[in-house]
Structures are given as structure tokens and as C-alpha cells.
Design a protein around this ligand. Sequence first.
Ligand code: ATP
Length: 444
Amino acid sequence: MASAGTMDKITSLCKRRGFIFQSSEIYGGLASAWDYGPLGVELKNNIKSFWWKTMTQLNSNIVGLDASIMMHPRVWVASGHVENFTDPLVDCKKCKLRFRADMIDKKNMEEHKCPECGGELTDPRNFNLMFKTHIGPVEDEGSIVYLRPETAQGIYVNYKNVMQTSRQRIPFGIAQVGKAFRNEITTKNFIFRTCEFEQMEMQYFIHPQEDEKWFDHWMNQRFQYYIDLGIRKSKLRFHEHGPDELAHYAKKAFDIEYEFPFGWKEIEGIHNRTDFDLKQHTEYSGKDLKYLDEATKERFIPYIIETSAGLTRSVLVALSDAYDEEEVDGDTRTVLRFHPLIAPVTVGVFPLVKKDGLADLARDIEKSLREEFTTFYDQGGAIGRRYRRQDEVGTPFCLTIDYQSKEDDTVTLRLRDSMEQRRVNIADLTSRIKEEIRNYRRKD
Ligand code: ATP
């Protein structure tokens, strides 16, 4: 279910339950900057871990890197970002609003007409998206540094360091998760497009003649990743970049798109960056970045297939895909249908009542599960309300400890999606929950 109001509902749920807050809210907020609260940070970390495991742990030829955000300014000259990383902007002479020309209706652009007030638009001007600052005490041309607009360049300039120290041979990949910054003009739709965001990028170094093969490979792998993350297949599709959409470094590019409540939008780019970046860095640094194939003695600059996903944007995918409302007993149940692997809380533990030793038993059970799962203990209010509170934050499993538990060492395991309840032996809880996670399939 998705409607125009769904984003508002998700945004308000995120605030109400501690997923995501407006940055600097007590000062009136900062446009398009967001803070991740207790549940949001768990969700984001779980997605990051899932990506990291998929890319590095499950691929012996992909290794990690954590490069710094600020780099030598020549990096961004070499990469083409100083010259080309621009958006065409137009201003309305009447209402003074500023727009990205490529996001304005074609007719408005032709007529130079403001989409908000009908006033006259200026001609497009190129606006560089990189944030610029100064390093050291003197603010002059020589001290300029940029906040990286993509994590990729940190990988390229380190490719020989990583290859040599981890003894990788082509084909191999370097994975990195980290912050990136873009001075975006159009920031709306909650955390979809922000000036400060996180990327999960993997750069795959290959022989130039194998670019088609590896491009197809990574396209398929990356599509499957979202399905494994629990995202519905019907909400995912590819979009191939036409010649007018290709970035300055790309020979071929496919986006993976997700159908958000506000329409189909890019969530990840898969790019054939050819030898563009390493050639540029060879020229600008004067260092030899060629690869030597020991077997054939061939020397060449590797081609690079890039998979570039947004982490913060993936959080919005997870929230949008999980959000659901259904009628239960004349009431509306709001439920986040996260895959258990990424749910911020995996197991909620409740004593039916506080007295008669049930709270102590419930606390002991909750403690015994902490090593394996993220748990949450709640003894407040009617049991039905406690279930609903956990449904709303996407907790897939809840346990209720009642009087019978004291007699036969069993508890009630309640499943979020179906609301089914089953009696399970306390001793079997860990293995049972793990099995439920392994076999989890979303119904719709
Ligand atoms: P767009 O055309 O939407 O501005 P892009 O094509 O420039 O995006 P890439 O440079 O390919 O985006 O970035 C790779 C990924 O990084 C995107 O698919 C997206 O998930 C994420 N991303 C890029 N810009 C932002 C942003 N401003 N806020 C949040 N995530 C972003």
C-alpha cells in the first residue's frame, strides 16, 4: 500500500518512535539534515552490516577500506569533479526560488516559466555540488579542500596499496562505506536526497576486455542483494542511462530503482567507469598505476565496474517497503514488515504481569537472548498494546511469559506478520528464533 500520504505517515512514525529526527530541531531544524535516533541507528547499522557481509565476507576477492573524507585537492581536479560535477540551475526572477533545470517540466523550461509562481526564469548556470572549505589557518586558494562528493576516489588512489598489501590479483574489489557530501538544491522527500549522506561503494578492478561480463555479473548480484534484504521484487527495476544521462566517467550505467510512495527513483548505480579514473590519477599524480599480469607479462590500466548504493537512501527503501497498515478487529494495525535480519529489535520480551515472579523470569529470558539477538524488555500496559508497539517498529518476534511458563518452561512466541502464537520451550528459544529468521518469507 502506498499513497501520497504514506511518506508523511512514515516521517511521523520515524520521529514518534525514535528512528529519525530533524537535525537541530530545537533551533527550527536545518533543511534536509537528519539525525538517526536509537532505532534508526540500529536499522542503518544492520543494513550496513548486511551489505558489508554480502560484499566482503562472501567474496574472498573483495576487501575493505575506510579512507578519509578530505583528500588532496588535486584528486578532484583529476577526477573531473572540479570541472564537471555540476547541476544546471535556474532562478526565478520573481519569487527568487532556485531549481535544478533538469528537474523542471520541459514546457516550463521552454517558456522560461517558474513552476511555482509563473515568473520568469533565468538561463541555466552550472553550479558545482562540492562543499569547499579550508585546511589550516590561512584561507587562500592553496588551502582549499573539498568534502568528498563520492567515496570512490579514496579507493582509486589507494588501489595499489590495497592490492599489494592484501595480495589480490585482478579481478578483485575494494569495498567502502562512508559519508559523502553534495550541495544539493532540491532536497525533499525526507531522507531521500540530503546534503550529507552515506554511501556503500564497491569498485571492481578488471581486465578491460572483460568489462561486459563483469558488468552483467554485478548488475545481477546487486539486484539479488535487495531481494535478500527483504525488499519486494515487484518494487524493484533497472533503468539504463541513455547517452544524455551518462556521467562524465561512465561508458555504461544502469540504475536500480525502487518504487517509493513518491515514484520510481534511483537507489543504486552500477557503472562501467572504464580506465578513466586511474588514467586521470596517473596523469595528475605522475605515478604509474598500471597493473602487471605476472602470467602474461601484460601491463595495463584496469577497468573498473562500480556498484554505488546509498546507505541512508536504503534506510528509506527499507522503511517504505516495510510500512503497512491493516484492519484488525475494527482497528488499524500499523506494522513495519522488516526482514528480521535488519529489524532494529529482533525479540521483544514481556511478562504477562509483573507480579508472582513473572517479571524476574522474563528478565532472565531476555538476558539469555542478548548474546544472539537485539532484545527489548517491556512490562508496561496490556499485552495487546505491547504487541502493537513492537509491530509499529517492526520487531518480528515477541515472547510472552505467563503462569504456565513457571509450570512447564514454555513461553508464547508471537510472530509479527501473521500474529500467530505458538508455545515454545524456553530451552529451544534461540534455535527456534534462528530457524524462523532463516525461513522468513514476506507474504505479500
Ligand atoms: P541523482 O541523479 O539522484 O542526484 P546520482 O546519479 O548523482 O544521483 P550517484 O552519484 O550514482 O547518484 O550516487 C550513487 C548512490 O548514492 C545513489 O544511487 C544514491 O543511493 C546515493 N546518493 C547520491 N546522492 C545522494 C544524496 N544527495 N542523498 C542521499 N543519497 C544519495
